[in-house]
Design a protein around this ligand. Structure first.
Ligand code: G3P
Length: 236
């Protein structure tokens, strides 16, 4: 079962910052997950929420701020004084952290609330420029973007799903993937069946060793965790 550092090593470092990714890059885990929005001037920005409020000293939507304005914010202090000075990174900066490693980079496109026109194409182009194409997994709650990513990005793409009212394997096939990123409660209920049906099942966010072991026992392919170092130590 593969381990992914969720938003970097976000349990011990400020999520989605270079500090969190540098820590993850040192670990022998399979990969890292991060979240991408577009700034006002069209840059690929790595941050989880639509607004900067929770994880920085600023206010407002990422989409309403330029890269320069976003770079002026502190993205570390909310996690603890030792992290003061951490900045919101661009996707290009994060990829550079992993240039010499073999980690898989799961780019979650946060296009389910704001459409972020052109974001899928920008990620694919950047990945190609940085020679990451084979190491990128694109995922989104916006399944139209997952479908678009599959059409142009032949490596891998993923579907994030919680409860839907149709057979999830048929649904996944209809958008062209068999890779499902499922919430923990959903995976505990349906994971075994989906694995049996041939789906690649990845589960978020798994911070408890007991749940990780349950998921491992049913053949889940990967988990996203905020504590990748601990999880790897305990599962190896
Ligand atoms: O990509 C898996 C997981 O991170 C999805 O949930 O809220 O952390 O983006 P969230």
């Amino acid at each position: 079962m593969k381990i992914f550092a969720h938003r970097g090593s976000s349990g011990t470092h400020p999520e989605n910052t270079l500090a969190a990714f540098q820590k993850a890059a040192e670990l022998p885990v399979a990969g890292v997950e991060l979240d991408v929005h577009l700034s006002k001037d069209g840059e690929l920005i790595v941050i989880h929420d639509e607004k900067v409020n929770r994880t920085t000293n600023g206010k407002g939507y990422v989409k309403d701020l330029t890269l320069a304005e976003l770079k002026n914010l502190d993205a570390g202090n909310w996690k603890g004084e030792e992290w003061v000075g951490e900045k919101i990174p661009t996707l290009a900066e994060v990829l550079d952290v992993f240039a010499e490693t073999s980690h898989i980079i799961n780019v979650e496109l946060k296009t389910d609330i704001f459409p972020y026109e052109g974001a899928v194409g920008k990620v694919i182009e950047l990945a190609a420029d940085k020679h990451f194409s084979g190491r990128i997994v694109i995922s989104s709650f916006n399944h139209l973007d997952v479908q678009q990513a599959l059409q142009v990005h032949h490596a891998r793409a993923a579907l994030l799903a919680s409860n839907i009212l149709v057979d999830i394997t048929d649904y996944a096939k209809s958008i062209g993937t068999n890779r499902l990123h499922l919430s923990l409660p959903y995976a505990l209920r349906h994971g075994a069946q989906l694995v049996e049906k041939g789906c690649k099942v990845y589960v978020y966010t798994v911070n408890s060793l007991d749940y990780a072991k349950q998921l491992q026992a049913i053949g889940v392919h990967g988990i996203f965790t905020d504590f990748p170092e601990n999880m790897w130590e305990q599962l190896k």
